[in-house]
Design a protein around this ligand. Structure first.
Ligand SMILES: *Cc1c(COP(=O)(O)O)cnc(C)c1O
Ligand SMILES: [Zn+2]
Length: 283
């Protein structure tokens, strides 16, 4: 039993049932990303700020009623979530603003926010009885999937471009992943991963494709709000690669706003490094 009412295509709004096992809206191919829709009225009837305050589980799973998983689904044993929000007083003083808070996702088991999505991927893969979970990545997403999968003995195959740093690849091997080195770019590794997943029925964790990754990542945003006693900040700044984390942060704000737990939507800013600014260029 979950509180999901269905999935909806972000391009055409077409609705799909909660138990739809595809990843995207077929009318829009790989761009037809699906957004998980919840029954907020039902959630809010029993899941409240007070019930959360009384919950001693400090992991990401404390927000389970707002997740696309069954209330009794087994979750990985690693502690994912519950990362600190620092009150960065000198930073605020230097910037001349009242408050600056910094969310430290480096404290996750494999050292990045990606653990939140990979933990969700592992739960969904086990729910479907998938023999293998797969992803393409050059870095943190691969490490996260490898680590979370290892924690539950879930077999996984990770496609990485052959140019990936040796240290990153050895981390995956240490976690027991099967690593496929692809002679080509990240794009080539991604394409091969997508084909293998479709051909062999492997559970696909690729970001910007699997609709549930956002639902894991959003728990970082929910933690920020809860740590601020549900007083939404004016602005949130998110480092952006392909935009999945910022999408998750937005989803958290949307959920909290729909539940009436915050009184406004914060401004959300995406920040890209000059050397990796594809979205800025696209705009
Ligand atoms: C993945 C990652 C990002 C970018 O996330 P996107 O979802 O691709 O926008 C930024 N910082 C770190 C540390 C990451 O691991
Ligand atoms: Zn569509």
């Amino acid at each position: 039993m979950t509180n999901v009412v269905g999935l909806s295509c972000v391009i055409c709004d077409k609705a799909y049932a909660a138990d739809y096992t595809g990843y995207v809206c077929p009318d829009h191919g790989n761009e037809g990303i699906l957004d998980v829709q919840y029954d907020y009225e039902r959630i809010g009837a029993t899941f409240t700020k007070d019930s959360l305050a009384a919950d001693r589980d400090r992991t990401m799973w404390r927000y389970r009623p707002l997740m696309p998983i069954a209330s009794d689904a087994a979750v990985p044993p690693l502690t994912v979530g519950g990362t600190p929000l620092y009150d960065a007083i000198p930073l605020a003083a230097g910037l001349g603003v009242a408050n600056v808070f910094v969310k430290d996702e480096g404290r996750q088991p494999t050292a990045s926010l990606k653990d939140r999505a990979s933990a969700m991927a592992v739960v969904k893969a086990q729910e479907r009885g998938a023999e293998i979970v797969t992803t393409a990545s050059t870095g943190n997403a691969a490490a996260a999937l490898a680590g979370l999968a290892a924690s539950v003995g879930q077999r996984n195959v990770i496609f990485v471009p052959a140019s990936a740093p040796e240290a990153k690849i050895s981390q995956l091997l240490a976690y027991g992943s099967t690593v496929v080195l692809v002679n080509g770019t990240y794009g080539d590794a991604f394409d091969l991963c997508m084909e293998a997943s479709a051909e062999y029925g492997w559970y696909n964790r690729n970001t910007g494709y699997n609709p549930f990754m956002t639902e894991g990542k959003k728990t970082a945003g929910l933690e920020i709000l809860e740590d601020l006693a549900w007083e939404a900040p004016d602005s949130i700044f998110v480092s952006v690669g392909d935009g999945s984390i910022i999408g998750g942060v937005h989803k958290a704000m949307k959920d909290a706003f729909a539940l009436g737990w915050i009184d406004h939507m914060p401004h959300i800013f995406g920040i890209q490094a000059a050397g990796s600014d594809y979205l800025v260029q696209a705009f």
